[in-house]
Design a protein around this ligand. Structure first.
Ligand code: BDR
Ligand code: CA
Length: 314
């Protein structure tokens, strides 16, 4: 059984990730926190509540977090990928949850859940890392309660929102740097390099739609996203980035990882938000920079792709 807290900006692939956690008997879903990202915070928060309502999850506390990045606010969201409401214009098709938001903010809720947990908890940030950076800064004594952080973000070989950077790390590079470079909590990074390889086709979506009302409702949220990827790839393949990270959070080891020291570009140039992995040997690194044994992050770069697709369908 994995105890999870999801930090999210729904977002269509976020919806699939949350659904996967709700549907898994392996998951003890302690809470969901929301962050700005694919759309603004009020919409990501409403969408998170409605996705939980679709799964009848009145028991899961939800709290809203950051509505902007730590250091350099910017207006860029991703309506061209997720629709103006974050769910292909279909958020209104989902049920409303009777239980509303917690009266506390995301960081306070995460801190409370970690404090109360009797075994270590996995954090699953699938949006900008702002809330997680704030949590680690405000509550360093709770770090031992975090088993690991499974992050969807970054790209080692080319971005999506810019040529260099992936959307989540680009949305708040200073927060991403705190989580991936400065802190020392065990972390898995699931970058675009792998999520793109786990793309699913129309037959996968058809199978999900045929699986029942919830599956059909999820597929009904996907039209704008599918159209975006059709234009991006010139095919009918769709990339459920956040759900791939969720597979690893629920089933540790389903993705194959490599321990790599990382940097995040926090400059204001074309590399802003880019994740740089140091693939040099420790010996070369020591000779060239003097750095010995920097912190590493487990970067998911490989997997049995069909096993991941099958896992996400169950
Ligand atoms: C990430 O950016 C968002 O658009 C998705 O929800 C995912 O978290 C992929 O780059
Ligand atoms: Ca997301």
């Amino acid at each position: 059984m994995s105890a999870l807290i999801i930090d999210t900006d729904p977002g269509i692939d976020d919806a699939y990730a949350i659904a996967c956690a709700c549907a898994s008997p392996e998951v003890d879903l302690l809470g969901v926190t929301t962050v700005f990202g694919n759309v603004g915070l009020p919409l990501t928060t409403r969408n998170a509540l409605r996705i939980l309502a679709l799964y009848g999850r009145e028991d899961v506390p939800v709290a809203a977090g950051a509505d902007r990045p730590l250091a350099f606010p910017h207006p860029h969201r991703a309506p061209e990928v997720h629709g103006a409401d974050g769910l292909s214009g279909m958020a209104g098709s989902l049920p409303e949850r009777s239980r509303g938001l917690e009266v506390v903010d995301a960081v306070t809720l995460m801190a409370r859940l970690l404090t109360e947990a009797d075994s270590p908890v996995t954090l699953v940030p699938i949006g900008p890392l702002t809330n997680i950076a704030l949590l680690l800064a405000a509550h360093p004594s709770l770090k031992p309660k975090i088993e690991r952080i499974v992050v969807m973000g970054g790209a080692l070989t080319g971005g999506n929102v810019t040529a260099a950077a992936e959307f989540n790390t680009w949305s708040d590079p200073e927060a991403a740097r705190r989580v991936l470079v400065e802190e020392d909590v065990p972390t898995v990074l699931v970058p675009l390099d792998l999520t793109h390889r786990c793309a699913i086709g129309p037959e996968w979506l058809d199978a999900l739609a045929a699986s029942g009302e919830r599956g059909a409702a999820l597929v009904g949220l996907t039209s704008v996203y599918r159209e975006h990827y059709r234009e991006a790839f010139g095919s009918d393949q769709t990339v459920l980035h956040d759900a791939v990270a969720m597979a690893e959070a629920i089933s540790p080891g389903i993705l194959r990882t490599t321990a790599l020291p990382l940097e995040v570009d926090c400059g204001q140039g074309p590399g802003r938000g880019m994740v740089v992995a140091d693939r040099r040997s420790a010996a070369v690194r020591e000779v060239t920079t003097g750095a010995v044994g920097p912190r590493t992050v487990e970067v998911a770069l490989d997997a049995d792709l069909d096993a991941v697709r099958a896992f996400l369908l169950t």
